[in-house]
Design a protein around this ligand. Structure first.
Ligand code: PMP
Length: 446
């Protein structure tokens, strides 16, 4: 297995030569919050799969729901004239959870990139139906991540995920993210920085012409870009600007929905109602590739009241509304509610964040600590605190490797160590993660 791991598989988000030189960890078992590799080494999974295994790896009700569904109806989706009982029930449950945010309709997809793609398409179509076909552009944040499809790649903030694939969608523009540690304004006060970024958004809208913009897409807390929680005034400010200019607000909640931030959604965390909300990942806890775009009643009614034919939906997926995925999602939502998972995410998130702040006092490699909003935390590592020189690849790899040997799998993204463990994490599990990072940072400083 080890030999074929890099020879036969092209690993995403990696250079093929790097994968061959340093083959990725082969995971063979996972139970609760722990994973075991091919050598039998067990660690706490501080990555939570890929921000998606909120309920841990052995969630019996989800397994039972999937097994039962495989026996009764293994496939019939919501594509072209069919539906199924599971997906209807799921849509009703999602409506129950998100009606307080005005989100009452669901369009089902097979994952996060699909959900983003669907949201971008629905945004353009919405304006066309309303007779504003000139609204085709998309705005987004420079540190944002929105998946791998061509639409999502076009709105991705990180140029590394765009330039190899250009030309992408025309008319996509990226504004500075409210990233306090590094920003083009040299502003370290989060509230003032939020205002500067909002002004940059206003300026970009004025420059492009507000009648040309279909939507603004953002993650309520930026994830893959390095866990960047904006100041509390930022997303409400974006909402106001979008409303003022007739621009739809798409919340990319592929990571943040279903409890990760300590709320049922990241938008709710900031008290904001988006027009469209892209979800996936934890909706099925990693058990099935699945996603849903939630749509407000006011956007939905524009489509539903159309009598010209312009609202015919011209896209969808073979697995839209897959009954096995829907059964898994129903069980996940029930467990999330029953165990009050968002509350545990908030409590353990506070513990983890405080522990990371303590580590900063001890380790000069830590330039910035981010977190405090549920179980999404990050350390940004530097080789020199004063100049904020980003850490080199080899040193951060040592932190990761030693932390792994000491009991916690963490994720590295650029100069960041990202933590997004399952939301059922216990106090002891969080201590294991902190101890492993302490070991990793100590070893890397030698
Ligand atoms: N949006 C966000 C915010 C994400 O973090 C991701 C994946 N990490 C995606 C979209 C794409 O999701 P997927 O990998 O399921 O296609």
């Amino acid at each position: 297995l080890k030999e074929h791991n890099a020879k036969s598989i092209w690993h995403p988000m990696a250079h093929p030569a790097d994968s061959q030189a340093n083959p990725p960890t082969i995971v063979t078992r996972a139970q609760g919050v722990r994973i075991t590799d091919l050598d039998g080494h067990e660690t706490v999974d501080a990555v939570g799969g890929l921000w998606n295994v909120n309920l841990g790896f052995s969630c019996q009700p989800v397994k039972d729901a999937i097994a039962g569904q495989l026996d009764t109806l293994p496939y019939y989706s919501t594509f072209r004239g069919t539906s199924n009982d599971q997906v209807i029930q799921l849509a009703e449950e999602l409506r129950r959870f998100f009606a307080p945010d005005g989100l009452t309709r669901a369009f089902f997809t097979s994952g996060g990139s699909d959900s983003v793609e669907t949201a971008l398409r629905l945004a353009r179509q919405y304006h066309k139906i309303r007779g504003e076909a000139g609204r085709t552009k998309f705005l987004s944040l420079k540190k944002g991540y929105h998946g791998t499809h061509m639409g999502g790649a076009s709105v991705n903030g990180n140029a590394n995920f765009r330039t190899q694939y250009e030309p992408l969608l025309p008319g996509c523009h990226h504004i500075p993210a409210p990233y306090t540690y590094r920003n083009p304004f040299n502003e370290s006060d989060p509230a003032r920085l939020a205002q500067l970024c909002l002004q940059a958004l206003e300026d970009e809208i004025a420059f492009q012409g507000s009648g040309t913009i279909a939507a603004f897409i953002m993650e309520p807390i930026l994830g893959a870009g390095g866990v960047i929680p904006p100041h509390e005034s930022f997303m409400p400010g974006v909402r106001d600007i979008c409303t003022k200019h007739g621009i739809l607000l798409i919340a990319d909640e592929v990571i943040t929905a279903f409890g990760r931030t300590g709320s049922w959604s990241g938008s709710r965390h900031w008290g904001v109602q988006p027009d469209l909300m892209a979800t996936a990942k934890a909706i099925t806890n990693g058990y099935f590739p699945f996603g849903a775009v939630m749509i407000t009643s006011s956007v939905a009614e524009v489509f539903e009241n159309d009598r010209t034919g312009a609202a015919a939906i011209g896209h969808g997926y073979t697995y839209s509304g897959h009954p096995v995925g829907a059964a898994a999602a129903l069980a996940c939502l029930a467990e999330t509610e029953k165990l009050n998972v968002p509350e545990n995410a908030a409590t353990r998130g506070t513990q983890l964040h405080r522990g990371l702040l303590d580590l900063r006092d001890k380790h000069s490699l830590i330039g910035d600590v981010r977190g405090g909003h549920g179980l999404m935390c990050a350390l940004e590592l530097v080789s020199d605190r004063e100049s904020k020189t980003p850490i080199d690849k080899a040193t951060i790899a040592t932190v990761q490797e030693v932390a792994y040997q000491s009991g916690a799998m963490v994720r590295v993204s650029g100069p960041n160590i990202i933590l997004s463990p399952p939301l059922i994490l216990t106090e002891e599990d969080a201590d294991v993660i902190l101890g492993a990072l302490d070991d990793g940072l100590t070893a890397a400083a030698r």
